[in-house]
Design a protein around this ligand. Structure first.
Ligand SMILES: [Zn+2]
Length: 335
């Protein structure tokens, strides 16, 4: 039987003795996976530190997914990009020819940089690379999408830019004996022209596919939104025989609305999602921009949901389906 696993992201602290305390707490609270961020800043200044952080996390018995947080402005995350600042030749290009403040995933220079990052990420000893919300730059005035020559070449050949990028980077990780977890922005559900979820789910090198149905950012109903995205995900994941994960919004939840966290996590668990994750550790208490208004209550709401799901779903019918998936597909790895 493959049980539901529980994950959280962890960031903002590079002091090993504090990390050690925090990951032990997470293990005691029932977590199985920690997503550690590995930004451009980390790549430059904290390479060995992140390796140590991964090591102390794995010592607790938890798994580690490593996240190219905010790299190039291509991935999700509250991190600045030095690459976008210093390599103007790597930048995305708007329809009118203007350079945009994010690197282009189709650009060979940026792809070389991602290979360098990937080498360092695998050196940390993480169990999987967590490809965090790869996306094109967008703001209110610009259409999503890049008009650089590399993207135009791909478009002429009918190849989607982000799909091609992920096939390349995931293939490299897999060939090095590691695993890939891909997390897609839910908005792409309505934008099949920029990113086809089925195509990503069908990549042989992808072990686990997920999304970030952060209801508070969309003004959506928490359970309905998580359920909507979760169903879409489960449908294509069962066809492609890939595991699934969903992120529960554990940031910027106002006082009095912590119950939304519990209800959404339950909704995800009831769908049979393999990994239920919260962004992020201690409801982001350490980052004022992201913190929930009452982080301790928000965190407790998530822990309560997990306890309820583990109680309720110890012998759920969906267990059978996951047994079949595990026995037939080597893509599922040993999660
Ligand atoms: Zn481009």
């Amino acid at each position: 039987m493959v049980a539901m696993l529980v994950a959280t992201s962890y960031f903002g602290n590079r002091i090993l003795r504090h990390v050690r305390m925090d990951v032990r707490k997470l293990r005691n609270e029932g977590f199985d996976i920690v997503v550690h961020t590995f930004s451009e800043n980390d790549l430059r200044f904290y390479r060995k530190s992140v390796r140590d952080i991964v090591e102390v996390t794995k010592e607790t018995g938890m798994r580690v997914w490593i996240d190219p947080w905010g790299i190039g402005g291509v991935f999700g995350g509250e991190a600045f990009s030095d690459a976008a600042l210093h390599h103007r030749e790597w930048l995305q290009v708007a329809a009118n020819g203007d350079k945009l403040p994010a690197c282009c995933p189709s650009n060979p220079g940026f792809q070389g940089f991602i290979h360098e990052w990937t080498d360092a990420a695998l050196e940390t000893g993480a169990d999987a690379v967590f490809w965090d919300e790869p996306h094109f730059y967008s703001d209110e005035t610009e259409r999503i999408g890049c008009y650089c020559k590399y993207c135009q070449d791909l478009a002429e050949r009918g190849e989607p830019a982000i799909g091609s990028f992920l096939r390349e980077v995931c293939g490299k990780v897999k060939s090095r004996g590691s695993q890939n977890v891909v997390c897609l922005l839910p908005s792409s559900l309505e934008r099949k022209d920029t990113l086809d979820w089925n195509e990503i789910a069908g990549l042989e090198s992808v072990m686990n596919l997920g999304s970030t149905p952060f209801w508070g950012m969309q003004g959506a109903d928490p359970e309905k939104y998580v359920d909507l995205i979760g169903r879409e995900l489960m449908g294509l994941a069962s066809r492609a025989r890939v595991q699934t994960h969903l992120w529960i919004q554990g940031f910027r939840i106002p006082a009095g609305r912590e119950e939304e966290i519990r209800r959404s996590a339950i909704a995800a668990g009831q769908l049979g999602i393999d990994v239920i994750a919260i962004w992020g550790f201690d409801a982001c208490e350490s980052m004022s921009f992201l913190s929930c208004e009452r982080p301790q209550m928000a965190w407790a709401a998530f822990l309560k949901a997990i306890a309820q799901l583990r109680d309720r779903h110890g012998r759920s019918p969906s267990t059978t389906v996951r047994e079949e998936k595990t026995s037939t597909g080597d893509r599922l790895g040993d999660n």
